[in-house]
Every structure is written in structure tokens, then in C-alpha cells.
Design a protein around this ligand. Sequence first.
Ligand code: FE2
Length: 269
Amino acid sequence: MNAYEPPHIPGLELPGPTFAVPAPQPVPAPEAAVATDGTPGPGGLDWRALAAELDREGVALTPPLLSPEHCATLRDLFDDPAAFRSTVTMARHRFGEGLYRYFSYPLPALVQELREQLYPPLAQIANDWARRLGQPPFAPSLDGMLAQCSAAGQLRPTPLVLRYEQGGYNCLHQDVYGDLIFPLQVAVMLDRPDEDFTGGESVFVEQRPRAQSRPVVKRPVQGQGMIFTVNHRPVRSARGWSRVALRHGVSAVHSGQRHVLGVIFHDAR
Ligand SMILES: [Fe+2]
């Protein structure tokens, strides 16, 4: 069941379809992570490698998912209030310094496509994790996931764009919006590090049981996606599998503007 009309936002005219993700395979053959012609999009992602990296680190970088033009489109959309259901001034909540805006339904076509197409292979990884942790499985498609969210009273869209200016940062946090949590999310860098902005590193901190926390810093280029753990992932322990929590944030932007698209797969209460 798809509860959404075909997404369309005036001003965001995209040639469609923009990309296609191959049907996820439990054990896909290793292949080039990016199309040889350099075409952006999630097609051709090496999900086996990404799953291994997520198991190991809780964070994995994809090849570019969006072209510079698509990045510019989403960045420009930030200034169109009609595209968003709400705006959060981070300082007001002591979340950091910056603004973020949650899209309204229907999502812009580009965001909807990314969310729909990234979900099935991510659900396979999430279901491996759920099995290890003895948790119920997630729906294999985004429609199924959103139907479960709806039943849990989580109806508001969570995809968002964040904007940081000089001095902007984001405190370490987890994007939990209700009882139902899909354990992976994707953030796509919309600007060019060291050209459009400086500083503003993507920071992740893994809280290991009975051990000190482990920091991870990622520097995605424009269009590149970071897949990471929303709340926790299974890690092997002496007694089988333990939960290891991950929080994420952004270090201070030194100059320029930094925009990121956040794709979260569960909706919000
Ligand atoms: Fe976040």
C-alpha cells in the first residue's frame, strides 16, 4: 500500500526516473561501487561491502548518490517554506547551532526516490541485525515500514535538510521519533567540503559496553551518502551479541554554509 501521491514540488522538476537500485540480493557479487560512467545514484552499490563496513564501524560511506545539480536543487529548496512541515532552530533546544527543516508529504521526488530505493537493501541489513538481537523483523519495503509507523501513531515525515553557518554545530544525538525505530539512516552531503564550507566534520561516537567510547569522523564529498546506525547495532561479545549504541553530530563549521539531506526511514509521532 502506498499512502502517498506521486511526489511533486513546484520548482523541483526532475527527469525521472533518476536512478534505479537493483533488487537487493542476500549475497550480492562484489562489483564496482560506482558506475564506470560516473553516473550518480544508488544503482550499483556494493551492498556486501557496505554491510560489512556497517557491521564493523556502524558507519559507511557510499559513492555519490546525488549529482551536483540535484544537491543544488535540494539546497535551494531549503529557502522554500512550502516544502516543509516544520523548522527547528537548534539553539532554542540546545541541540547545537543551525537550522533544520522537515519536509512535508508528499516528499520531493528526489527524496522520495532515495528513501524508497535505499530502504530494501538497508532492511536486509537491519533484519540481519534484528535476528542477531532476537528482535522482530522489519518490513521488506518502505511502504510496509510506513504502514507499521502509521499503526504506531508515527505519521509525520522525518526526511529533512540541515543548514549550518559559520560556528554552527550539532550536538551528539540519536534520531528517535517514537517506539518504532528503523536502525539505519542516510545523510547526503549537499555542499563541497573545503570549497563551500570548512570545518563541519561528521562525528560519530560509539558507546561500547564496559569500555570507553570510540570516535569516528567522516568527510563525505558532495553527493556522497553516509549510512549509519540510528540507535544501536549488534557486535559480537563473549555471550553472543551485544548492543553497541552510536550517536552522531557535527563539529563546528569554520566558514561558509554546510547543507545535508537526512533520510530517516521511520516517521515521527
Ligand atoms: Fe541526526
